[in-house]
Design a protein around this ligand. Structure first.
Ligand code: MN
Length: 167
């Protein structure tokens, strides 16, 4: 083979590799888009209020009004994210819409929760909810009000507490 033919062959080869890489990246992007599209609601704004550990997002769906004595929102917990320990003075209902996570009441073992599960949280019970260490979890939260309050935030779920339920 002449030097010219070799260099043309080399360029063709590089071209094929570039096209293959671009195709694979496009396929990966399509898979990622599909995963995002499977969510019922957009994930909303990142929660930066200090009452969550890790990356959690809130999409407010409904505010308390004259008929509905509750607030409703979709909360997305990326893997490892969770609420602080907290209490609802009039209880809360969670509807898991995506993924897997945990719900734990103080002094009890954590319960695994997954897409399709409904959790009825009694009033005055200290608890937390969130993703597992390895999977994201999305839930709708319906949180009842007692007067103007619907939550009392407590201390963070420590890494030790979180690691224990993930074993
Ligand atoms: Mn709660």
């Amino acid at each position: 083979m002449s030097a010219n033919v070799k260099s043309i062959a080399m360029m063709l080869c590089i071209g094929v590799i570039a096209i293959t890489t671009a195709c694979r990246q496009n396929q990966e992007q399509q898979i990622m888009n599909k995963q995002t599209d499977s969510s019922i609601f957009p994930k909303g704004e990142k929660l930066e209020n200090g009452y969550f550990t890790g990356s959690a997002y809130l999409n407010p769906l409904l505010a308390k009004d004259k008929n509905n004595d509750f607030a409703m929102g979709s909360v997305t917990f990326e893997a490892g994210a969770r609420t602080n320990w907290h209490v609802h003075p009039k209880g809360q209902v969670l509807i898991v819409t995506e993924g897997e996570g945990f719900y734990q009441e103080k002094g009890k073992s954590a319960k695994s929760i997954k897409k399709g599960d409904v959790v009825n949280i009694p009033e005055g019970v200290e608890h937390w909810h969130g993703a597992t260490a390895k999977t994201r979890m999305v839930h709708i939260a319906i949180t009842n009000y007692k007067g103007e309050e619907n939550v009392t935030w407590l201390s963070p779920v420590t890494d030790a507490e979180f690691n224990e339920v993930n074993q």
